[in-house]
Each structure stands twice: as structure tokens, then as C-alpha cells.
Design a protein around this ligand. Structure first.
Ligand SMILES: *[C@@H]1O[C@H](CO)[C@@H](O)[C@H](O)[C@H]1NC(C)=O
Ligand SMILES: [Fe+2]
Length: 212
């Protein structure tokens, strides 16, 4: 019993010492222990990728603002609200895909704060039509930005080494494809809504919203 009590006391003392020395117990793995030297993306391309991530996330926030606007009981256009909530999710997903791409290439080298930056949203008293038109304008800018990104990541045509073939293929075949399909969808919606409003006015917007 005495023996047990003695070792128990020893444990208590050791624990107390441990707590007081907690600062010394921090893990000491040096930050340069990470395996390096393999990432091979070139500089103007990496910077443009980061900017594209910010544009996608900012577009997501802009659509979220529009969704909030149409969700208001004083506006009450649930179809438009749902459309813009979905658009916001898609844009956030686009941003996330590019973050994952940089991660795959070992190129998440900037700080998180620099990477995840959002431009301020623009808000106005949208009609259904003006919101779709603003969305279309935003998508046109994003498309142009992706084309510029592709051009940048193709590098200098005289130096084949600068061409980031894999990223360019992904941006052209997957990313731009989705972008162009989305644009076509929006253009169709604008045409239909314009036609409905030409003959039915406000009732046209009401019916369009129901059908979204
Ligand atoms: C909702 O509408 C009211 C009245 O027009 C306005 O004061 C408020 O800012 C609106 N809120 C949102 C999120 O649209
Ligand atoms: Fe996008």
C-alpha cells in the first residue's frame, strides 16, 4: 500500500513538472522538412490562377447577394432566388476546384488570406430581367478571364517548357466547356423572359419565376 502511495505521489509530481514545462514539449519539426523541389508551374500562370480563384469566389458572393435580394418578402421571387443560390454554389465550387488543382501541383504557396480574397458585392433594385442581364455580363467577364488565364499558362510560344499542357487542357476542356454551356443557358433564359414580358409585362416575370 505504501509502495503504491509512493509511486502515485511520484506520478503527481511528474505530471506537475510536465505541465510547467509544456512550452518545451512543442513539436520541433522544422518547416523545411516538407518534400520540395517537384512543383513546376511557372510564375505568371500561378499568379493568374490565384486571381481566377478570387474571381470565382467573388462571383459566388455576387450571386449570393442576388439570391438574398430575391428572397426578400418584399420582392418575393422564389424562382429567381433559387436560381441565384444555385449559381452561388456553382461559382464557389469552381473556386474550390482551382484550389484543389493548385494543391495537386504543390503550388499552394501563398498564404490562405491572400488566396481567399473577395471583392465587394454590388447591390441594386433588380428586376428579374436586369438580374439575369447582370449575371450574363459577369459570366462574360469570367469567360474572358479564363481565356486570358489559358493564354498566360500556355506561356511564351518560343519556349515549349513554359507551356503548362495539363492545366491548359483542363481549363480548355472542362472549365471553359462548363462556362460556355452556362452562358448559353443564361442567354436562353433572357430571351424567354424578354418575350414573356413583351406580351405580358409584370405577369410575364411572375410566370417566369414560377417556371424557374
Ligand atoms: C428587404 O426589403 C426591405 C424593404 O424594401 C429592405 O429594407 C431590406 O434591406 C431588404 N433586405 C434584403 C436582404 O434584401
Ligand atoms: Fe465560374
Amino acid at each position: 500500500m505504501m509502495k503504491f502511495f509512493a509511486s502515485f505521489c511520484l506520478l503527481v509530481v511528474l505530471a506537475a513538472v510536465n505541465v510547467s514545462q509544456a512550452d518545451n514539449l512543442q513539436c520541433n519539426i522544422k518547416s523545411n522538412a516538407a518534400f520540395k523541389g517537384w512543383p513546376d508551374m511557372k510564375e505568371p500562370c500561378i499568379r493568374s490562377m490565384r486571381e481566377q480563384i478570387q474571381k470565382e469566389i467573388s462571383a459566388s458572393m455576387q450571386y449570393l447577394a442576388m439570391a438574398a435580394y430575391f428572397s426578400n418578402d418584399t420582392v418575393n421571387r422564389p424562382g429567381f432566388a433559387e436560381h441565384f443560390f444555385k449559381a452561388a454554389r456553382e461559382e464557389r465550387e469552381h473556386g474550390a476546384k482551382l484550389v484543389e488543382y493548385l494543391s495537386m501541383r504543390g503550388e499552394l504557396t501563398d498564404t490562405v488570406k491572400n488566396l481567399i480574397k473577395v471583392m465587394p458585392v454590388k447591390v441594386k433594385s433588380w428586376s428579374g430581367l436586369s438580374a439575369l442581364e447582370d449575371a450574363f455580363k459577369l459570366e462574360t467577364e469570367v469567360t474572358k478571364s479564363i481565356r486570358d488565364l489559358i493564354k498566360t499558362c500556355e506561356g511564351n510560344s518560343k519556349k515549349a517548357d513554359d507551356n503548362d499542357y495539363h492545366l491548359v487542357d483542363y481549363l480548355t476542356g472542362v472549365y471553359l466547356e462548363e462556362q460556355l454551356t452556362g452562358q448559353r443557358e443564361l442567354a436562353g433564359k433572357i430571351t424567354t423572359l424578354e418575350k414573356m414580358m413583351a406580351s405580358q409585362g409584370e405577369l410575364g416575370e411572375f410566370l417566369f419565376d414560377k417556371n424557374m
